[in-house]
Write a protein that binds this ligand. Structure first.
Ligand code: UD1
Length: 365
C-alpha cells in the first residue's frame, strides 16, 4: 500500500472474463481510491474472442499482455502461473482479483497465493458437481486458495459452507455479468443487429457449442447437429461457432447441414441476437444467465449446470443426454414459451458496487 492507496492487480484471460471485469474496473476508477493494474494472460487472443470485447465494453488496454496463447491444460495453466508470478513480483500489489473459472483464473490465483498476496475471487462458489469439467477443478481450487469469496447467488454461499469454508470469507454480491448486460441492453439496435448477420426479424434459434464434452466427441456432436438440422426446417438456426468447434467439425468430417455457421460475434451483437431469438441452445455458462434475465427460453446441452438458479428462477432447462430426440422434444416445448424475464437476487446491475464495497471494507479491516 502506498499511503492509503491500495494497489489491485486484476487478471483476465478468456472471453467470459471480460464482461465480468469491466464493471469492476469502472467502479474502481469512479471511486479513484485504488490503483488498478490490468493483466491479460492472452489465453484468448483472436479479435473476435478478446479485442472486440475490450472495445465494446470500454475496458482500458491491459497494462501487460502475457501472450500465453493456447495449449494443453498443463501447458496453459503453467505458462500463466510462471508469467503472472513475474508480474506480481514486480508490481507487488496488495490484492489480486480473479473472475470466473477459466485456466487463467486458477493459475493467477495460485501465483498470488504462493507469494502470500491475498486473492479475491469473483463468481466464487458455483459448483456443477462434475469434476470431469476443467472449469469445476478451476472453481474448487481457486476458492480454496482465495481469501475473499464474492458470490453471485445464495446457492454458491451454501456450496462454500458445505465445503467447510468459514462464513467470514464469503460475501454475497450478486452477478456482476448482469451489470454488463444492462449496459448492453441500452445499446442494442434490434433488427439492425440481425441484418448485420443476414437474419430477418422473425423467429429463429441461436446455437452455441464449445465444451469439450460436446464438441470433442463426434458421436455427441453428430446427434446435436442432426437435431439442429431438423430444427432448421422450422426456423433459421444461426450458429456463431468457437474456433475450437470449427476445428472439430472439420476433424470429424461433420457437416452442419441447414445450420448457418458464422464467426463468433462481438459482445453487444451477440446479446442482441440472443434477445431476439425464439430459443437459445447452448453449453455456455454465461448464456444460461443472460437468457434468464432476457427471458428467452434456453436449452442447455449438458448433463449438469453450476448455475441451478437459472433453472429454478429462469428460463433454463437441461437436455442431459443430448440425443436428437431429447433436443427436439425440448425445442418443441421451448419454442412455444412466451418471454419470461427474471432477475434473481443481486442480478440488478449493481454487483460491481457491492464488490468494490466489500474489497474496500477488507482493505480497511
Ligand atoms: C475457455 C474456457 C471455458 C470458457 C471458454 C469461452 C478453460 C479451461 N476453458 O475454453 O471455460 O467457457 O474459454 O470461450 O479455461 N482458440 C482460438 N483463438 C483464441 C483462443 C482459442 O482459435 O483466441 C482455439 C485454439 O485452437 C485453442 C482452442 O480454441 O486450442 C481452445 O481454447 P482454450 O482457451 O484452451 O479453451 P476454450 O475452449 O476457449
Amino acid at each position: 500500500m502506498v499511503g492509503d492507496e491500495v494497489k489491485v492487480v486484476h487478471v483476465v484471460g478468456a472471453r467470459p472474463n471480460f464482461m465480468k471485469v469491466a464493471p469492476i474496473l469502472r467502479e474502481f476508477a469512479r471511486r479513484g481510491s485504488h490503483e488498478s493494474f490490468l493483466v491479460h494472460t492472452g489465453q484468448h487472443y483472436d479479435d473476435a474472442l478478446s479485442t472486440s470485447f475490450f472495445h465494446d465494453l470500454d475496458i482500458p488496454a491491459p497494462d501487460v499482455n502475457l501472450a500465453v496463447g493456447s495449449g494443453t491444460h498443463g501447458e496453459q495453466t503453467a505458462s500463466v502461473l510462471v508469467a503472472t508470478e513475474r508480474v506480481l513480483l514486480r508490481e507487488r500489489p496488495d490484492l489480486v482479483v480473479v473472475v470466473g473459472d477459466v485456466n487463467s483464473t486458477l493459475a493467477a490465483a495460485l501465483a498470488a497465493a504462493k507469494l502470500g498476496i491475498p486473492v479475491a475471487h469473483v463468481e466464487a462458489g458455483l459448483r456443477s458437481g462434475d469434476r470431469s469439467m476443467p472449469e469445476e477443478i478451476n472453481r474448487l481450487l481457486t476458492d480454496q486458495i482465495s481469501e475473499i469469496l464474492l458470490t453471485p447467488s445464495r446457492d454458491a454461499d451454501e456450496n462454500l459452507r458445505a465445503e467447510g469454508v468459514d462464513s467470514s470469507r464469503i460475501c454475497f454480491v450478486g452477478n456482476v455479468m448482469i451489470d454488463s448486460l444492462d449496459v448492453a441492453m441500452a445499446r442494442m439496435s434490434g433488427e439492425q443487429d440481425l441484418a448485420a448477420i443476414g437474419l430477418e426479424a422473425g423467429p429463429y434459434a441461436l446455437l452455441t457449442l464449445h465444451r469439450p464434452d460436446n464438441v470433442d466427441r463426434p458421436e455427441v456432436l453428430r446427434e446435436i447437429l442432426a437435431a439442429m438440422d431438423e430444427i432448421a426446417r422450422d426456423v433459421p438456426v444461426v450458429f456463431p461457432a468457437h474456433p475450437r468447434t470449427v476445428a472439430r467439425l472439420r476433424e470429424h468430417g461433420l457437416e452442419p447441414g441447414a445450420v448457418r455457421v458464422i464467426d463468433p460475434l462481438p459482445y453487444f451483437t451477440m446479446l442482441s441476437v440472443m434477445n431476439q431469438a425464439a430459443v437459445v441452445l447452448t453449453d455456455s455458462g454465461g448464456m444460461q444467465e443472460e437468457t434468464t434475465v432476457l427471458g428467452v427460453p434456453c436449452l442447455t446441452l449438458r448433463p449438469n449446470t453450476e448455475r441451478p438458479i437459472t433453472i429454478a428462477e429462469g428460463t433454463n432447462r437441461l437436455v442431459a443426454d443430448r440425443s436428437r430426440e431429447s433436443i427436439l422434444a425440448a425445442y418443441a416445448e421451448a419454442v412455444e414459451e412466451p418471454k419470461r424475464p427474471s432477475r434473481p437476487e443481486g442480478w440488478d446491475g449493481r454487483a460491481a458496487l457491492r464488490i468494490v464495497d466489500a474489497l474496500e471494507a477488507w482493505a480497511t479491516s
